[in-house]
Design a protein around this ligand. Structure first.
Ligand code: 93A
Length: 526
């Protein structure tokens, strides 16, 4: 199943590694055929190369839209070598077989990323390239197809060792080729969907480029891999890992949760820190500095913070890094870090440090995807920001300025905690987080219980929920959840409102002297 390589067609937009690859092919006696720019690059290196127009008898035309779309090219790629009829067609039409197709496509994704205008983006949709790739991959029994420079070496190694390519390599390359054309078309379709502003309702193609295979998934018996999507958003998928061992599936999931949460806090307004454990925040705080914010976030639940993931919204500095390395932490993720902070983290060999180069825009659109048996559930991101809330006071007492600041803070955090969520906050720090309970009352009680534990650990006389504010991700269906918060010492409440029993809940709040505001926005997160 070795197929010698006599003739190769090279047509690449990204010319990385092209000349050394072409040089090696020529050394192995391979005849090269190329499109305009690729042929020029090869000829400039002093190598023999035939222009594709020589093969087709047609010039490249229509601004390059038609260069390789011709039977002389596609016949040479698709002909089955062992088929007598195909051989006869080759002979009849004087078509030379092509044994190796090397194509990388017009940079459509990069064109979108640099926000080119509509016309230019359209022009960067490659037609001839995918056609050759798909043809060569279909005919992988006879033809090898290479869609990225990373595979040049493997092809050369086989030619050197066997005088041609082996079937297993050609099959692997064919698989990769279709992954590439599928991802390419998905990127085009998704760009159209965004241009048409049809977010959730439009059918979206899903595609990803493999970042790396992971050791395992959520549990050791599950396989896993990490893929980059075509969404342009700084985060764990695009981050630079400065140090530490490979991220695990759970690390990636938790780091994402932490970083998306911390991005809710605009760095020009405040320093903020989020500590995450099992995809839920166990401490969130704002402060005058990251160091201060970290201390406040840690105080919320120092027990859970052990082995957690820390996200910060500003450049990580040495003072905060020094505080962070005091306990065992899995990951620190930051937009950036000072050299001094990087040096502090370096002392902890296993601690992973990720730098993203920026914060994602919490108001940006985009989709979330969840698989269900036999289907995909797709929705627009929850991009409602606490900065845009139109708060409505529903109680006799209006919140004080201080309460109001904490209420906004608490609701900002509630968005990033699994439902049912109850958040107690005081002085721009969470003091009790109740997450993921089936009943809202339980969340309120658990959050209060955790605040008691934290107070005990810190040697305080009373829990920090005394005089706190409370946020609920969704309305209180009954007054009981609210009463649990009153019992814990909350003085003000923020919640979406909209329950059939809002009046009961408001009456209970008034009776307890609470101030309550409705957001009209719900933050379910399941
Ligand atoms: O505009 S196209 O869709 N029409 C074609 O016939 C065609 N053939 C190859 N684009 C086409 N290509 C693409 O040209 C390749 O996929 C490659 O990305 C690029 C290489 O052009 P050049 O060799 O001129 O740099």
């Amino acid at each position: 199943d070795i197929r010698p390589v006599t003739r190769a067609l090279l047509s690449v937009s990204d010319k990385t590694g092209l000349v050394p690859f072409a040089t090696a092919l020529v050394a192995h006696g391979v005849e090269l055929v190329s499109t305009g720019g690729t042929a020029k690059a090869i000829a400039d290196a002093g190598l023999p190369v035939k222009d594709v127009s020589e093969l087709t008898g047609f010039p490249e035309m229509m601004d390059g839209r038609v260069k390789t779309l011709h039977p002389k090219v596609h016949g040479g790629i698709l002909a089955i070598r062992a088929d007598k009829g195909h051989q006869a067609s080759l002979a009849e039409h004087a078509i030379a077989p092509i044994d190796l197709v090397v194509v990388n496509l017009y940079p459509f994704e990069a064109t979108v990323a640099r926000k080119a205008d509509f016309e230019e983006t359209i022009e960067n949709i490659d037609i001839g390239g995918p056609s050759m790739i798909r043809g060569a991959a279909k005919n992988h029994n006879d033809v090898a197809v290479v869609v990225e420079a990373a595979d040049y070496e493997a092809v050369l190694a086989e030619i050197a060792a066997h005088g041609g390519t082996t079937l297993p390599l050609r099959r692997k390359l064919a698989q990769k080729a279709y992954a590439r054309t599928a991802a390419y078309d998905a990127a085009i379709s998704n760009w159209f969907a965004r241009e048409l502003k049809e977010e959730a309702p439009a059918f979206r193609a899903f595609s990803g480029k493999l970042i790396e295979a992971l050791r395992y998934g959520e549990n050791p018996h599950q396989s896993a891999a990490f893929y980059a999507s075509d969404e342009i958003r700084p985060g764990v998928a695009t981050a630079r890992q400065v140090q530490g061992k490979q991220l695990s599936y759970n690390n990636i999931n938790d780091t994402d949760a932490a970083f998306e949460a911390v991005a809710e806090f605009h760095p020009a307004r405040t320093a903020a820190v989020v500590i995450v454990k099992h995809a839920n925040p166990c401490g969130v705080a704002e402060g005058a500095s990251l160091e201060e914010a970290y201390a406040k976030a840690l105080a919320c639940d120092p027990v859970s913070a052990f082995g957690g993931i820390i996200a910060v919204n500003r450049t990580l500095d040495a003072a905060s890094a020094r505080a962070m390395v005091e306990i065992f932490t899995e990951v620190i993720v930051a937009p950036d870090a000072t050299d001094e902070a990087i040096a502090v983290v370096a002392a902890k060999k296993n601690l992973r440090l990720l730098l993203t180069g920026g914060l994602p825009d919490p108001r940006a659109g985009g989709l979330t995807v969840k698989t269900v048996a036999g289907g995909l559930l797709v929705q627009g991101r929850d991009n409602a920001s606490a900065d845009d809330l139109d708060l409505k006071v529903v109680t006799k007492r209006a919140p004080t300025d201080r309460e109001l600041t904490d209420l906004r803070f608490a609701f900002r955090v509630a968005k990033h905690v699994k439902s049912n969520t109850i958040i107690y906050a005081k002085d721009l720090a969470t003091v009790g987080i109740g997450a993921g309970q089936m009943s809202r009352v339980d969340s309120a009680r658990i959050a209060a219980r955790k605040a008691l534990d934290a107070a005990e650990a810190l040697g305080l006389k009373e829990p920090l929920t005394k005089g706190s504010v409370v946020a609920s991700d969704a309305f209180f269906p009954f007054a009981d959840g609210l009463l649990a918060a009153v019992e814990a010492g909350a003085t003000a409440v923020i919640q979406p409102g909209g329950s059939m029993r809002d009046n009961e809940v408001i009456a209970a709040a008034d009776a307890a002297g609470l101030a309550m505001v409705f957001t009209g926005v719900r933050h379910f997160r399941h």
